[in-house]
Design a protein around this ligand. Structure first.
Ligand SMILES: Nc1ncnc2c1ncn2[C@@H]1O[C@H](COP(=O)(O)OP(=O)(O)O)[C@@H](O)[C@H]1O
Ligand SMILES: [Mg+2]
Length: 222
């Protein structure tokens, strides 16, 4: 469960260029919910996702993920928390283009104490769920946009995190691949994942698995 209380994110606080990116956000996302976070560009979606993942700290307020208060976690703890609990798929995928698919997907496992066989099992399982196992030896730079997204999804799944965060997952995809992403959502539902998708793409209106829509405007929920 994700619980957010009176959350603020203020960039450049008390400076001339102070900017309130998130303002008094109160929100609860239950286990296994699939939630859309909607709003035009600049409304604060990415900032909120990055705070849920503990990549960024809020200026004030509380955020509780699976009973853990993460607003003030020291960086090292935050990275352990993220590794265990969160799968994050960035808008531009953030893959390492000089590595192949398998190597990209295994990167989150490097900090875990696993042997080669255990790593292989986890990577292959994630590649299968994301439907990209047939490209496992291909360099990421040779893949299409839809394929890169599936690699990013496999990397988000490889640690078996229960919470998946997607930042504008269809923004860089054509219609066909966007529809494939909707199918992937159904498989996350079947796996019991909690999913938050930041988007302004109306294609999600076609999905049957969305349990809640949260609308953002100028850093506030509306
Ligand atoms: N590091 C930062 N410093 C200053 N302003 C920022 C920073 N990150 C984001 N912002 C601002 O916060 C607002 C919300 O950004 P963002 O969360 O990326 O919105 P969205 O993802 O909805 O497009 C934008 O106006 C953006 O310019
Ligand atoms: Mg964004």
């Amino acid at each position: 469960m994700i619980k957010i209380k009176n959350l603020y994110k203020i960039f450049n606080q008390n400076k001339k260029n102070e900017f309130i990116a998130l303002q008094d956000i109160n929100l609860e996302i239950k286990k296994e919910e699939i939630v859309l976070l909607k709003g035009i560009s600049g409304s604060g979606k990415s900032t909120l996702l990055s705070i849920i993942s503990s990549l960024q700290k809020p200026t004030s307020g509380d955020i509780i993920v699976d009973n853990e208060h993460i607003a003030k976690l020291p960086d090292l703890h935050a990275s352990f928390f993220r590794n265990k609990k969160i799968g994050y798929v960035f808008q531009d995928f953030n893959l390492i283009s000089s590595l192949n698919v398998y190597q990209n997907v295994m990167t989150p496992l490097i900090v875990q104490n696993l042997n080669t066989k255990q790593i292989e099992q986890k990577v292959l399982k994630a590649l299968e769920i994301a439907n990209i196992v047939h490209k496992k030896e291909e360099l990421v730079s040779n893949l299409s946009g839809g394929e890169k997204q599936r690699v990013a999804i496999a990397r988000a799944l490889v640690c078996d995190a229960n919470i998946l965060l997607f930042d504008e997952p269809t923004a860089n995809l054509d219609k066909d691949n966007s529809l494939k992403f909707l199918e992937a959502l159904e498989s996350f539902k079947a796996l019991g994942k909690t999913v938050v998708i930041a988007t302004h793409d109306s294609i999600f209106e076609q999905s049957r698995v969305i349990s809640k829509v949260i609308n953002m405007q100028n850093g506030k929920l509306i």
